[in-house]
Design a protein around this ligand. Structure first.
Ligand code: NAP
Length: 256
C-alpha cells in the first residue's frame, strides 16, 4: 500500500471543473478511481458534469456557486467535500478567467478580478486542503497556468502576470511541502480547444482563426482538454512522486 492510500478512495478537487479542460480532468480522474469534487462558479455546469460522471459509474460531487476568489466560499466548499467524500488528497487549481486589452486600458477593477480568480483562488484552495494532505503524508497539487506566462502575450499583461505568479507559487509550495510527501507542479497549457479559446477566437484575440494557429503549431492541431487531463492524471499518480516544482508544458511544441 502506498503512502496516502488510506484503503479508501482518494478524493480530488478540481476547480472550474464544469467546463473545458476542468471537465476533462474531472472525467479522467473519476475514470482513474478518484472521487471527484467539482468546484465551479457555474452551478448548473458543475451539476451537469457530476451527473455525467455518475452515469459512467464514477463518484462525483458538484459544489456549485463556489467562487474560488472568495475565501469563505472556498472554506465552505472544501468543508462540504470533506464531510461528504473525505479528506482531500488531490487539488487541481484549474478555474481561471482571461482578458484581452491594451495595457493602458486595463482598469484596476479588471486587474484585481483576474488576480483574485487566477492567483488568490489557488492560494485559498491550497490553504484549505493542505492540512488533509499533511495528515495523510501524501498529496498532489497541479496548478493550471498558461504558456503565455512563459513567453509573454501582448494585451494580456493582467492575465499573464497572474499565471506567471502561479508558476512561482508552484515552485515555492513544492519546496515547502516536498518533505511532507506532497508534490506541486504546474501545467501551462497552450492553445487548447475549449469554450475559453473559442471565445478568444470570436473576439479576435488571436489575430486569426484557430485553423491559422494550428498551421503554425508543430503538431499541426489545437490541443484537446483530454491532452491536459492526461498530463494531470500522471502528475497526480503515485508514479509521479519524484516530480515536483516542475513546469510541464502541454502545447503541441509551441513553447519549448
Ligand atoms: P473555460 O472553458 O472557461 O473553463 C473555466 C471554468 O472555470 C468555467 O466553468 C468557469 O465558469 C469557471 N470559473 C471561472 N471563474 C471562476 C471562479 N471565480 N470560481 C470558480 N470557477 C470559476 O476555460 P478553459 O479553457 O478550460 O481554461 C481552464 C484553465 O486553463 C484556466 O485557468 C485558463 O486560464 C487556462 N488556460 C487555458 C488555455 C486554452 O487554450 N484554453 C490556455 C492557457 C491556459 P464560467 O464559464 O461561468 O466563467
Amino acid at each position: 500500500m502506498s503512502a496516502g492510500n488510506t484503503g479508501g478512495t482518494r478524493v480530488a478537487v478540481v476547480t472550474g471543473g464544469g467546463s473545458g479542460m476542468g471537465r476533462a480532468i474531472v472525467h479522467r480522474l473519476a475514470r482513474d478511481g478518484f472521487a471527484v469534487a467539482i468546484l465551479d462558479i457555474d452551478a448548473a455546469n458543475a451539476d451537469k458534469v457530476a451527473a455525467e460522471v455518475r452515469e459512467g459509474g464514477g463518484t462525483a460531487l458538484a459544489v456549485g456557486a463556489a467562487d474560488v476568489s472568495d475565501r469563505a466560499k472556498v472554506d465552505a466548499a472544501i468543508g462540504r467535500v470533506r464531510a461528504e467524500l473525505g479528506p482531500v488528497l488531490v487539488l487541481v487549481n484549474n478555474a481561471g478567467i482571461t482578458g484581452f486589452r491594451e495595457f493602458l486600458s486595463i482598469t484596476e477593477e479588471k486587474w484585481r478580478r483576474i488576480m483574485a480568480v487566477n492567483l488568490d483562488g489557488p492560494f485559498h484552495c491550497a490553504q484549505a486542503v493542505l492540512p488533509d494532505m499533511i495528515d495523510a503524508g501524501w498529496g498532489r497539487i497541479v496548478n493550471i497556468s498558461s504558456s503565455s506566462a512563459q513567453g509573454g502575450q501582448q494585451y494580456m499583461a493582467h492575465y499573464v502576470a497572474s499565471k506567471a505568479g502561479l508558476i512561482g507559487f508552484t515552485k515555492s509550495l513544492a519546496l515547502e511541502f516536498g518533505p511532507k510527501g506532497i508534490t506541486v507542479n504546474t501545467i501551462p497549457p497552450g492553445f487548447i480547444d475549449t469554450p475559453m479559446m473559442r471565445e478568444s477566437e470570436r473576439r479576435g484575440m488571436f489575430g486569426g482563426t484557430v485553423e491559422d494557429h494550428a498551421a503554425r503549431t508543430p503538431v499541426r492541431r489545437p490541443g484537446t482538454p483530454e491532452d491536459i487531463a492526461a498530463a494531470c492524471a500522471f502528475l497526480v499518480s503515485d508514479e509521479a512522486g519524484y516530480i515536483t516544482g516542475q513546469i510541464i508544458g502541454v502545447n503541441g511544441g509551441r513553447n519549448t
